[in-house]
Design a protein around this ligand. Structure first.
Ligand code: RB5
Length: 142
């Protein structure tokens, strides 16, 4: 499975940990930056990951900033993206099962590293339930 990763300076250190975690688990990771803790603009990285997912260069995306909010909004500006800010593993599971979210947004300043990696694992392994949820997702694209 191909995963697109993106972050701003607030998410850089967690993004590096997520990248290592995913690589060790055998995922194919594309890192869209940023590449240091130097201050950058989160819309650049959120949209880059959103386009990679929308264009099917990646199966799923993960975006990280300080809160997860700004970079998640940025990813959601790309048509076809359903980015979900998740604070716990239940949200990560349910947003795959019900929303078929294709981008996970996390706030590095809001989460401990262990929880963040558990959220990642839950998001990547949970499965969309389809049915009534598919009809609702179709309505998002109207
Ligand atoms: C950067 O300081 C911070 O604003 C950003 O990482 C994010 O939290 C925005 O939503």
């Amino acid at each position: 499975m191909k995963i697109a990763l993106g972050c701003d300076h607030g998410g850089y250190e967690l993004k590096e940990k997520v990248k290592k975690h995913l690589t060790e688990k055998g995922y194919e990771v594309t890192d869209f930056g940023c590449h240091s803790t130097e201050s950058v603009n989160y819309p650049v990285y959120g949209k880059a990951v959103g386009h990679a997912v929308a264009d099917k260069e990646a199966d799923l995306g993960i975006v990280i900033c300080g809160t997860g909010i700004g970079i998640g909004i940025a990813a959601n500006k790309v048509k076809g993206v359903r980015a979900a800010l998740c604070m716990n593993t239940t949200m990560a599971r349910l947003t795959k099962e019900h929303n078929n979210a294709n981008v996970l947004a996390m706030g590095a300043r809001m989460l401990g590293d262990v929880l963040a990696l558990e959220i990642v694992d839950e998001f990547l392994t949970a499965e969309f339930q389809g049915g009534r949820h598919a009809e609702r997702i179709a309505m998002l694209e109207d």
